[in-house]
Ligand binder design. Structure first.
Ligand SMILES: Nc1nc2c(c(=O)[nH]1)N[C@H]1C(S)=C(S)[C@@H](COP(=O)(O)O)O[C@H]1N2
Ligand SMILES: [Mo]
Length: 184
């Protein structure tokens, strides 16, 4: 597997939770697809599992220079969710929001790529709590800070807005192949 520039393969994960660990009650948990859509969708975990699932390997590159290559993600293609909600062609950005208040924007064309998913499983099992149970976006061409853990909302927007790390100087887009780490 080819590694993005200036990344090293890590065997061990670093677990990050800059805003702490949120409480989740899975019966009440819904993923909301909101913003520039025809109708806001609210899907339970069971409803997500009833959709077509996809498998992605690797695609996890922290901006601090470590990459996990031996991980398998399974989940729902974000494009399928976007089409179900009827996203507006005016959308330029997608803002991912977590239950903990962490958020990250991503450009809509990266989000709608064929290999961009809302992951529900990591290495064959539901994503472990510390890694973002029940769901996190995996967008292989973007740095891992865009992979919001404990995801609750996917908002389609016309305008750009900073998330947690963008407010602190990280790049708006964060393409791993173009090494968009910090804002120029
Ligand atoms: N909710 C939330 N999501 C987050 C973070 C965080 O602190 N909180 N950190 C991000 C960063 S910088 C990285 S590298 C990855 C780390 O994922 P991990 O904790 O599963 O190793 O999660 C991303 N998503
Ligand atoms: Mo990171």
């Amino acid at each position: 597997m080819k590694l993005p520039p200036n990344q090293k393969i890590a065997k061990k994960w670093n677990v990050y939770a800059v805003l702490g660990y949120p409480e989740i009650s899975i019966d009440k948990w819904r993923i909301h697809i909101s913003g520039l859509v025809k109708k806001t969708l609210e899907l339970s975990l069971d409803e997500l599992y009833s959709m077509k699932m996809m498998r992605i390997e690797g695609g996890f590159h922290c901006v601090e220079g470590w990459s996990i290559v031996d991980v398998v993600w399974e989940g729902v293609k974000i494009r399928d969710l976007a089409e179900r909600a009827g996203y507006d062609e005016k959308s330029m950005w997608v803002l991912f929001k977590g239950l903990d208040g962490y958020s990250a924007p991503a450009p809509v064309d990266y989000v709608l790529e064929e290999d961009s998913i809302i992951a529900l499983k990591m290495n064959g099992k539901p994503i472990p709590y510390e890694h973002g149970y029940p769901a996190r976006p995996i967008i292989p061409k973007l740095y891992a800070w865009k992979s919001v853990k404990w995801l609750k909302e996917i908002e389609f927007r016309e305008d750009y807005v900073d998330g947690y790390w963008e407010e602190r100087g990280y790049h708006q887009r964060g393409d791993v192949w173009l090494e968009e780490r910090r804002r120029k």
